[in-house]
Design a protein around this ligand. Structure first.
Ligand code: IMP
Length: 181
């Protein structure tokens, strides 16, 4: 598949196929079940829109009583972070709760750090972060992600929830955008 960005023609090359995503998400759910147990309620905070598809799959593998909350954060335009981070919806109250933040991808780490700091100010009982993808080479400061699906390189990726200007979230795989030959 070819995609045009700023008049540059890029090719979407499959990086993580569907079966690999499914298998890894199953492993992540199992780790969470083992680490958190099946009894204590968990509040899953889905960072919209990117983490929607990942979270839907992950949550169906969880065994503890689980609630869903969502938050919308915006910082990207096209393939670039604007650097400005806004909560487009307010965070729900998470005082005294076991919270799992579910993110699509950690790039610079700014978004996840901002969310963690805001939740920590509410004094949750426990706060964990789970990201489907991580770009370790792009972190601008050390950041602790408790559960990571896949570490990837710096190329922009789309699919499985991740977008380019709002599109391609529906692809059932993760593809990286590389210059077309
Ligand atoms: P960060 O704040 O730089 O870590 O960026 C995190 C957010 O930027 C993610 O939740 C995504 O919405 C978006 N993002 C970062 N890298 C990519 C990418 O390669 N593809 C699509 N979205 C991305």
């Amino acid at each position: 598949m070819k995609v045009t960005v700023n008049q540059q023609i890029l090719e979407a090359k499959i990086l993580i196929p569907e079966a690999k995503l499914r298998a890894r998400i199953g492993e992540l759910a199992q780790s969470l079940n083992e680490d958190l147990g099946e009894d204590e309620p968990l509040l899953v905070l889905i960072v919209l829109n990117g983490a929607l598809i990942f979270a839907a799959d992950l949550m169906r593998g969880l065994k503890m009583p689980t609630e869903i909350e969502t938050v919308r954060v915006s910082s990207y335009e096209g393939m670039k972070s604007t650097g400005k981070l806004n909560f487009l919806t307010p965070l729900p109250d998470m005082a005294g709760r076991n919270v799992l933040v579910v993110e699509d991808i950690v790039d610079t780490g700014r978004t996840v750090r901002h969310i963690i700091q805001s939740i920590q100010a509410m004094a949750p009982k426990r706060l964990l972060v789970c990201a489907l993808l991580d770009k370790p080479s792009e972190h601008e400061a050390p950041i602790k992600i408790d559960y990571t699906g896949f570490e990837i390189g710096k190329n922009f990726v789309i699919g499985f929830g991740l977008d380019l200007d709002g599109k391609f979230r529906n692809l059932p795989y993760v593809a990286e955008l590389v210059p077309a030959k």
